[in-house]
Design a protein around this ligand. Sequence first.
Ligand code: ACO
Length: 329
Amino acid sequence: MCENKKVGIIGLGAYLPERVLTNKELEKMVDTTDEWITTRTGIKERRIARDDEATSDMAVEAAKRALDDARLKPQDIDLIIVATITPDMFFPATACLVQAKIGARTVPAFDVSVACSGFIYGLAIANQFISSGTYKHALVIAAEKLSSITDWSDRSTCVLFGDGSGAAVLGPVEKGGILSVYLGADGKKGELIKLPAGGSRIPATKKSIEDGLHFVKMNGAELFKHAVKIMADAALEATRPLGLKAEDISLVIPHQANIRILNAVAKRMGLSKEKIYLNIDKYGNMSAASSAVALVDAVKEGRIKKGDKVLLDAFGGGLTWGAIVLEWT
Ligand code: ACO
């Protein structure tokens, strides 16, 4: 029961909505240009979910693909975690909705709300349960419908976000797997990015809706500064206990917030830009789903091989952050 097992990712899957929203289309919606968005963020296009497609629907698609990849059935899963800040509703948890939709057993299912760090927090929690021997297989899904909390008249935020989902099945492995985990949070900086209304502080009223308080509010420039330091520090905290140097990392899978943030993180870490995986051009910032989808794409593109040391690194609203070093199995 108390024997510590090695835990690895044994299946991956992603789902992106079909609808592509390009920078050119955004030029017709707000006062912006493709050139501004591309040079300031690295984003060219993003996916937008259908009106009838909620976060749990996208989560289910990614989960099914990850289960197939792991050659497991929903009944084999002992724990379901969904990382999201755009749940279908406050409760039931989106993880419970997913559990029902995929036909899993009545296993524990809950959401994690730490914005863009959610996939890493989810992996970290699942890792604890599996390494302790409590559970054998966990499904960690990161899914977001950020388009549902985006103010489409605010050019400072609407060009950044997109919808999508990624999922990982975790289980015991013989060798490698998760080597180290580092998590953190700083609630004092929570004001920098938030969704002000809809909770118990400002319940939904006609006024809260008219004031646009159900949309993401963000201080982009301040976040930018913190993001670079936080991501570089988190990378160091996760690699240091293993005695790893920057050059020992084969690929960094970062939260895809802004290409300029990621270039600055690479510089601070002493890493070449090529070692930082990017797909922000295609999907924008999908909060928790960003690093999950990036991991799926990197594996699909053959950028990660068996034995590689991979660093997952994210920061987000809260503020929260997390980094995980994995040896790919
Ligand atoms: N198109 C054209 N101009 C714009 C746009 C736009 N879409 N948005 C802002 N501008 C203008 C501003 O109004 C400003 O104009 P001014 O100089 O006349 O006042 C100018 O561009 C510069 O604005 P800044 O906000 O200083 O631009 P910056 O270079 O900082 O880029 C950005 C903004 C992209 C938001 C950047 O600050 C950023 O990426 N920050 C981090 C955001 C982030 O990581 N958020 C998510 C973390 S948490 C989570 O994902 C849930």
